[in-house]
Design a protein around this ligand. Structure first.
Ligand code: NAP
Length: 673
């Protein structure tokens, strides 16, 4: 059978690399699974195409339009995922391993789609933080805004998660409104290319929005500029080389690095061999060693154990490891598949040798044992033990990117903190403890060195998403050795691909620039009650001005009797007067809110389906018996959740008879789009 040739996707054309292509071996038996190359591509023209065609097209779309596009991409991958699962075993991965990559990748797109529709405005500009008053009088304010960078995002990915690794970068980049050029690792580029092809075939991506390089990046780095972003995942060595590229330095190209990490897991000082935490810890360390054959940037490399428990942990882990079935990842019973390639296996063997020279000894497994299928990249899991972790420098420094972990003792919580932090910055750390005081001391002492931390125990283990799973809503990244960057984390993940700019002007100008209603901006009286409008018919800034009503003492007393809220400030004139806040009895805040609803609600069934909450409620001026109140309710933002429903946020302002603000809040309603 002819070897499948992978194609680049350059300037909206599928393009074969020129000349001889490079063979990619299957992890199962070393046979050639695909051939690939990118020679002959015009990398400068690809960057220009992204900047001149893809960027403008994406920037024309709102956050919501781009979010709907991500949904289509995610659903397409879900629908066609079996095409990817058919290729998955050649990367050495079992079906279970593939779930993290393939389903996990599609779910990341879907999660970002949801973040975009729920947390971002249906607009082109993101408001960052609150308005800052800059003058004594209202009318001159500061507001940070974020707009998409006008360059290209170059994504360079590691081999271990060819689908997820691509999509966890593509999702926030496209949602931010920036085009990208994806360069998967060669070893598993066939999976990335297949997933990329599914996305192109949906037809929803604008021209120039995405491009693919299945080979080297040629002279691409020479052509980078200050609006471009490089987002890299891989080894610290390659990261250092690329981030120190002269053009990256001279042009101040944003460089995001996710690199290797000596992640730790800690068995709490409270967790004896009979505790649930002991079993949970042993299971998790073994799981992290074996999922994806340990080729996970977040995998546990260092297992820190109270001195007294080290022998028991070693014994329990050996039992689990010896029960594993290693072999062809296509077989159902296989629990540990292969490494991605024989050269990766050689690298793991070399790193194990470094670890043993550096003060650790092997207590389970034989890296040189012949396991798995003929010609495949298999290795037995390898458990090491470092009895003196303070003299075994290598265990805190050498990353064997395979099914390898080292157990080591610690004396007390302070010692555990110092050992955990000796990895000089990691992506993920877990602690297995039911002792809140010990866990709190540990987390406070170690958090600055770790990007994500889990405290697992008998109360939450069943719900836990696991040590090694990065989640789209949480940050993925870590300080120091782990690269010093963050990816994902919901809306935070868009920030690398957007420029923050401080704008100083009137609220009206900020509203015009951002396309969003902001406090102090002009309001437009709605010709019909806005509760009668579908979301598509409403305009931001459209306002309903209510009539006014008086609040008298009888109202306050009735409300107090009815609700049981007889707080002194409403019921005791003398005590209220004696307080440093009130001049006498005042209306309940909740009474004011209830009267406000009575003033602005339009009662008949219609596009407003339900009141779903109130945000940022502030009571600013007390309302005394005999005072009157009126309400202005303004359309502030609209977010469409699905074809049936969306959320409208309303800026509500309540004034008294002297035009003083009594209360402000944001009302949330569920609406028909
Ligand atoms: P790598 O050798 O550094 O390669 C990473 C990527 O860089 C690949 O796409 C590679 O392409 C590319 N690359 C290499 N040299 C380049 C150059 N001169 N110019 C442009 N691109 C270049 O790392 P790896 O062996 O694939 O991945 C394993 C490492 O990644 C481990 O250390 C692991 O901890 C780390 N990792 C980190 C994370 C994280 O999120 N922090 C996630 C996964 C993996 P080719 O394949 O074509 O050489």
């Amino acid at each position: 059978m002819k070897t499948p040739e992978l194609l680049n996707y350059a300037r909206d054309e599928w393009t074969r690399g020129a000349g001889d292509l490079r063979a990619i071996p299957s992890a199962i038996d070393g046979s050639t699974i695909a051939a690939t190359g990118s020679d002959g591509l015009d990398f400068a023209a690809m960057l220009a195409h992204a900047r001149d065609v893809g960027g403008p097209a994406l920037r024309k779309m709102t956050f919501h339009e781009r979010a709907w596009m991500l949904k289509t991409l995610g659903l397409a991958i879900m629908e066609r995922k079996e095409e990817l699962y058919a290729l998955n075993p050649h990367s050495g991965a079992t079906r279970k391993d593939g779930w993290i990559d393939i389903d996990g990748g599609a779910l990341t797109l879907l999660s970002y789609s949801s973040t975009g529709r729920k947390k971002l405005p249906d607009a082109h500009v993101l408001l960052d933080g609150e308005q800052e008053p800059l003058a004594k009088e209202p009318g001159f304010v500061g507001q940070h805004i974020m707009t998409p960078k006008q360059g290209a995002a170059v994504h360079i990915n590691a081999f271990n998660f060819p689908v997820w690794g691509m999509l966890e970068k593509v999702a926030p980049t496209l949602l931010a409104g920036m085009p990208c050029i994806v360069k998967p690792a060669t070893a598993t580029a066939y999976l990335a290319e297949a997933a990329f092809r599914i996305m192109i075939e949906t037809g929803v991506l604008p021209e120039g929005a995405v491009q693919l390089i299945v080979g080297g990046v040629g002279d691409l780095f020479e052509h980078l500029g200050g609006q471009d972003v490089v987002s890299f995942t891989g080894s610290a060595q390659t990261a250092n080389k690329l981030k120190n590229h002269p053009t990256v330095l001279e042009e101040s190209v944003t460089f995001v690095a996710e690199q290797d990490s000596l992640n730790a897991s800690v068995l709490g000082p409270d967790a004896g061999p009979d505790s649930p935490e002991f079993t949970l810890f042993v299971d998790e360390v073994v799981r992290e060693m074996t999922v994806k054959a340990g080729q996970k940037c977040t995998a546990i490399r260092r297992a820190l154990v109270p001195e007294a428990q080290l022998d028991a942990v070693e014994k329990a882990m050996n039992e689990r490891l010896s029960a594993l079935t290693i072999g062809d990842p296509r077989e159902k019973e296989t629990q540990l598949g292969a490494l991605v390639s024989c050269s990766q296996r050689d690298d793991v063997r070399a790193k194990i040798a470094e670890l043993t020279r550096g003060g650790a000894r092997i207590v389970y497994g034989d890296p040189d044992a012949d396991v798995g299928t003929e010609g495949g990249a298999f290795i037995t899991p390898c458990l090491l033990r470092a009895d003196d972790p303070w003299s075994a420098d290598a265990v805190h420094d050498v990353e064997a990117f395979g099914p390898v972990a080292t157990i080591m003792p610690y004396k007390d919580v302070d010692d555990a903190i110092a050992l955990a932090n000796r990895g000089m910055g990691s992506l993920a750390l877990s602690m297995f403890s039911h002792d809140e005081a010990a866990a709190a001391t540990f987390v406070r002492g170690a958090a600055a060195f770790h990007g994500r931390m889990l405290v697992i125990n008998r109360d939450n283990a069943k719900l836990s998403t696991g040590h090694g799973s990065p989640l789209p809503v949480l940050v993925h990244g870590g300080p120091g050795r782990a690269g010093g960057s963050e990816e994902m984390g919901g809306v935070r993940g868009l920030h690398h691909y957007m420029q923050r700019t401080a704008i100083q002007s009137t609220p009206a100008m900020i509203a015009a620039i951002s396309g969003q209603y902001v406090a102090g901006a002009p309001k437009h009286e709605s010709p019909v009650h806005p509760f009668r409008l579908k979301m598509s018919e409403m305009e931001l800034g459209q306002t309903f001005f209510s009539k006014s009503r008086t609040v008298n003492l009888e109202d306050i007393e009735r409300f107090a009797r009815f609700t049981g809220d007889t707080f002194y400030a409403h019921m005791d004139e003398e005590a209220a007067k004696a307080s440093p806040i009130f001049e006498g009895r005042v209306a309940h805040g909740y009474l004011i809110l209830s009267f406000a609803a009575g003033l602005f609600v339009d009662p008949e069934p219609g596009p407003v389906l339900a009141n779903t909450g109130i945000e940022d409620l502030k009571f600013l001026t007390p309302l005394y018996p005999g005072d009157s109140m009126r309400v202005e309710i303004t359309v502030k933002s609209k977010s469409i959740k699905s074809e049936e429903t969306g959320v409208v946020k309303w800026a509500v302002e309540i004034f008294n008879q002297d035009e003083e603000l009594v209360a402000t809040y944001t009302l949330l309603t569920e609406n028909t789009p």
